[in-house]
Design a protein around this ligand. Structure first.
Ligand code: TRP
Length: 337
């Protein structure tokens, strides 16, 4: 059931690697649900953003553009409902970025917590590429060029959306009412801990379970999962808090009552790690195996994926032209009509 034809949803992934369970619970599931609620949905391959810290590795970005689309389609993104396009093919986004850059200070960008975290993680220091430092501005353009206002993202993206809203306010106050406020939409599970117990699952952290991991890898990774280091013998009372296996069961196991009983058993002593890990393998397989199968089938049809992106990009260009026309009028750079 469509609830509104006014709201416009947009989301995207940086094509820097295959997507994992953290993306699945943090954003992909949400975007799949939203495509059934809203008339207008966009999915963007954020290749220009990926290049801001991979300028020297265009092959990686190009190859992963295909992979992230496959991941999303395999989970259930429907190109009939969601227009899929490639950021670099919409030149208006770059144009809008340049205009937005005048409305943001370097000091403000340096204070953006998401940018700060990522800069630290990537070890940039003062040698941060300018394009990377200003990516929140380009992300505001990603969102606003098509007038989207509902943005399903992971929790880490909230400061970026906040900054985009500051750009909206500034733009409107200088050039007149043009853009509307943006609403981030956070999933019920905005963050998934890594298999090692690290607060975040991440490719660079080496603690991820990928959406196309073969069953053997899922098994291996679950068996490696951090549990309770004091739970040595099956009979020892164990801790379920901070225990990755139980955290995952809470999220992925559909049988909440059984999980509750198992937790009690584990806390009392008498439930072994291997036993509970075997259950988790089964639960994760239920989630991953249909995705993996669909992904394999889709991967055999590269022409189909290309067609989806080609058509989606074509459609998106029209929207971009309209917005840019309006923006040019507002900023008085519409010289020749
Ligand atoms: N920065 C987002 C991420 O790293 C990807 C992205 C780029 C995005 N442009 C966007 C997400 C616009 C939502 C809207 O996941």
């Amino acid at each position: 059931m469509k609830t509104s034809n006014e709201n416009i949803v947009l989301t995207g992934d940086r094509p820097t690697g295959k997507l994992h369970l953290g993306h699945f619970v943090g954003s992909i599931q949400n975007r799949i649900a939203l495509q059934n609620q809203y008339d207008q949905c966009f999915y963007m391959v954020a290749d220009i953003q990926a290049l801001t810290d991979n300028a020297d590795n265009p092959e990686k970005v190009r190859n992963n553009a295909f992979e992230v689309v496959l991941d999303n389609l395999a989970v259930g993104l429907d190109p009939e409902k969601t227009t899929c396009f490639i950021q670099s093919q919409i030149s208006e986004i770059a144009e809008l970025t340049v205009l937005f850059l005048n409305l943001v200070t370097l000091a403000r960008l340096r204070r953006n917590p998401t940018v700060k975290d990522e800069m630290k993680q990537k070890g940039f220091g003062e040698n941060v590429p300018a394009g990377f430092l200003v990516y929140p501005v380009s992300q505001a353009a990603d969102i606003l060029f098509c007038n989207s206002n509902i943005i399903p993202v992971g929790e880490d993206q909230l400061p970026v959306i906040e900054q985009a809203n500051e750009i909206v306010v500034k733009f409107n106050s200088i050039y007149g009412e043009t853009f509307r406020k943006i609403q981030p939409m956070i999933s019920a599970t905005p963050r998934l801990i890594g298999i090692d117990g690290n607060a975040k699952m991440g490719k660079s952290l080496g603690n991820a379970i990928y959406l196309d991991d073969p069953k053997e890898d899922v098994e291996k990774k679950v068996m490696m999962m951090y549990t309770d280091p004091k739970h040595i013998h099956k009979s020892d009372p164990g801790n379920v808090k901070g225990n990755v296996v139980f955290t995952y069961l809470d999220i992925f196991d559909p049988n909440k009552d059984e999980v509750k009983t198992l937790k009690k058993q584990y806390e009392a002593g008498g439930l072994g790690d291997v036993e509970i890990k075997k259950r988790l393998v089964g639960v994760l397989e239920e989630v991953i195996s249909p995705i993996r199968d669909r992904r394999r089938e889709l991967a055999k049809k590269p022409k189909l994926i290309e067609e989806i992106l080609f058509e989606g990009t074509k459609k998106t260009r029209q929207v971009a032209k309209e917005t840019m026309g309006k923006v040019r009028r507002q900023i008085k750079i519409d010289y020749f009509g």
